[in-house]
Design a binder for this molecule. Sequence first.
Ligand SMILES: *Cc1c(COP(=O)(O)O)cnc(C)c1O
Length: 402
Amino acid sequence: MAHVANQSTSETITQFGRYVIPNYRRFPVCLVRGEGPWVWDAEGHRYLDFFPGWGCNLIGHCPPRVVEAVREQVGQLIHVPNTWYMEPQGAFAQALSERSFHGQCFFCNSGAEANEAAIKLARAYGHSAGRYKIVTMEHGFHGRTYAALTATAQAKYHAGFEPMVPGFTYVPFNDLEAVAAVLDDQTAAVLVEPIQGEGGVNVPSPDYLPGLRRLCNERGVLLILDEVQTGLGRTGEWFAYQHHDMAPDILTCAKALAGGIAAGVMMATTDVAMVFKPGMHASTFGGNPIACRAGLATIETIEQDGLLERGKAIGERFRAQFEAMRAELPHLIREIRILGVMIGLDLTFDASEVVSECLRRRLLINATHGHVVRLLPALNLSDDLIDEGCAILADVLRQMVV
Ligand SMILES: *Cc1c(COP(=O)(O)O)cnc(C)c1O
């Protein structure tokens, strides 16, 4: 493909300075093109991407089946409101239902919106019984809209925006007794990520999710799983809860849901879902034909290319690479946390310098929770590129003076 930049990176940065609200910290790089594991900047430099689209590009940049489906759909029907039936939305809902717990879908456009829908549905379900409280976990992340932000039990995200939405209670993650202690007859739901993403790739003990399920059943409380980051194959199963013998009442998913096209979904068991009557909740763009075609093409790609299995193998290859790094640099690496292509390398020091040094060497990674290197690579990353990127990362770690 020809060089596609219209202006230099520095011209774009100047334009942002004048016209774009500065609510993000951005790297001084303007990306103009992506293909599989690679992205290119305006100057034509190529980068190996171990964090494609902040987890949204689960099958790589510009996956061919998604590109083809969107191209076809965009020429046929771009958008119609949810006052009409549309084939792609029904087909996508069926595909998701059949790959999870056979519930029903509400579509929206982002993770925060999916969680807002889940919180509203849980409250509507508990309303006649006086159940409205939502229990969430410390270091969790659920989005930036008000209820999702309130659900996010991290003070740094609340600062300056108080007062928050009433009715939320926070307990430590991976602690069943703490949850049992706060559930009461006003509790509507427990909301939790199966693996905490932004909170540092925190994998709970194997009995945690089944234990939450049991507790919720005993106390008449709904269990909502936020699979916005873990969903649609990230962990080597369609949804992370499928590593266990249990299922939620409500599940949210977004990031990877439609191969990089904006989309969110809240799924609920039919028993819970039927509380939503016409007019109680809505999203103008939710379930639009383009996003749903993209989602269907994403599922098709993962299935036809055997990518759930591949995701597990990629995770194990990263684990082996990280174990070797830890053997060589034991003072730098505290813990390795991996499930499929959800990958955390917990360092003994602030990881931001590792990120900027990797960027200098044209490897894109992420740091979260201060000291955790987080990788959310695509499910179709090759062994050679895993090794190539890990060699860069190991080299960068070797040069760290801590
Ligand atoms: C990213 C994320 C969200 C928020 O999603 P947005 O699309 O940014 O609103 C919510 N929950 C989890 C677990 C996430 O990782």
